[in-house]
Design a protein around this ligand. Structure first.
Ligand code: MTE
Length: 365
């Protein structure tokens, strides 16, 4: 039976279903570097927009550009394009761990650690389009607006899903993407075009892009004031805005066919680590609840704004339950803490994750 990271049974389509959201599950499989599109997590505030590519236009508006401009898909695609492998991760990835590990249940989609994927995105740099539209030096931000239906919550209409990106990030590495893993974006992932904001909270990567409002003063949206911001004790206006994702890591399985391990038999622990805009410098694993740590080996590509695979051989010395813990350190020196900073909405779970593992006795020869 298919089970998620925490051993709970899930539906047979490799996703945990959370209402309109789909969480990717790797059932003890080797996790590929690129997440196949049909297994990529989905997070929709409402229903996916249905957009006719032929009549679709991207509108560039606001007092931060010389004049209003519109672009057809073909016009966007006529600019010099880029293809980049980048992770996309939901701000609430790991939310369930606030309850499971810290005894603080937090409302919202109860993601395990499957609200992240790495895809090959093809598109045009946002900066190329902003400059083509006559970007003014005084512009400070770009509000990206989606074409999905306005979001209504508790009877309040919050308007279209939208969130501002500061101009420095917009001109740095943000893509307007129309391709995912070599194919046009599927409807669930933002057809015909979306933003990809590398290393930042997933909400910044607005899908079904309809408008880019470039302004010379900062505008807010509920998606950076009411939600996707830290609320609760210890958070204030100066430390609560969310942009970069934290450093995280997970255990994906063992080479033992029973998914656990056997006394005296060498097994291979493996998993992944990622860190928002950074790359990973170190992954450590403890098999005794965090008392002693061993360095895992990083395997394959280890790029900023992506993830890296890790592996560690392990020969258990005793049978019974073991508390495996994984923690990563990123290229900027951030290391996963023992506890994630608490906040009312359960954003940015960043603590080292504990995995209970049962070691079997060696079968009698
Ligand atoms: N853009 C629009 N227009 N509407 C949405 O509901 N969800 C956001 C973001 N962009 C969303 C959106 C959130 S919260 C996340 S995590 C990512 O899209 C998810 O992208 P995916 O569904 O392609 O994985």
């Amino acid at each position: 039976m298919l089970r998620d990271h925490f051993g709970r049974p899930v539906a047979g389509d490799h996703f945990v279903h959370h209402g309109t959201d789909l969480e990717t599950v790797w059932d003890g499989e080797e996790v590929p570097y690129l997440t196949p599109t049909e297994r990529f997590f989905v997070r929709n505030h409402t229903e996916p927009a249905v957009v006719d590519a032929a009549s679709w236009r991207l509108l560039v508006t606001g007092d931060g550009v010389h004049r209003e401009a519109t672009y057809t898909l073909a016009e966007l695609q006529s600019f010099s394009s880029q293809t980049q492998e980048l992770a996309l991760e939901c701000t609430g990835n790991g939310r369930r761990l606030f309850a499971d590990q810290q005894g603080q249940a937090r409302p919202g989609t109860q993601w395990g650690l499957g609200a992240i994927g790495v895809a090959r995105w093809t598109g045009v740099p946002l900066g190329t389009i902003l400059r083509h539209a006559g970007l003014l030096e005084s512009a400070v931000q770009v509000m990206a607006v989606g074409l999905d239906e306005p979001y209504v919550d508790d009877g309040v209409n919050h308007g279209r899903v939208r969130r501002p990106v500061p101009i420095s990030k917009a001109l740095d590495d943000v893509l307007i993407a129309w391709g995912m893993n070599g194919e046009p974006l599927p409807r669930d992932h933002g057809f015909p075009a979306r933003l990809i904001v590398p290393g930042w909270v997933g909400i910044a990567s607005i899908k079904w892009l309809g408008e880019l409002r470039v302004t010379t003063t900062a505008e807010t949206s509920p998606w950076n004031t009411k939600w996707y911001r830290m609320h609760g004790i210890g958070w204030s206006d100066t430390n609560s805005a969310l942009d970069r994702m934290p450093v995280m890591s997970c255990l994906d399985g063992t080479s033992d066919p029973n998914g656990g391990a056997t006394v005296g038999r060498k097994t291979r622990l493996r998993g992944r680590a990622w860190a928002g805009e950074a790359s990973i410098s170190r992954v450590e694993v403890s098999t005794d609840g965090g008392r002693r740590w061993a360095d895992a080996t990083l395997v394959g590509r280890n790029e900023p704004s992506c993830w890296v695979a890790w592996t560690l051989p392990w020969t258990p010395e005793r049978a019974g339950s073991h508390d495996l813990v994984v923690r990563a350190t990123d290229s900027t020196g951030r290391r996963q803490p023992e506890r994630a900073p608490d906040n009312d909405d359960g954003y940015l779970f960043s603590a080292a994750v504990h995995y209970p593992i049962d070691v079997a006795c060696r079968a009698a020869g």
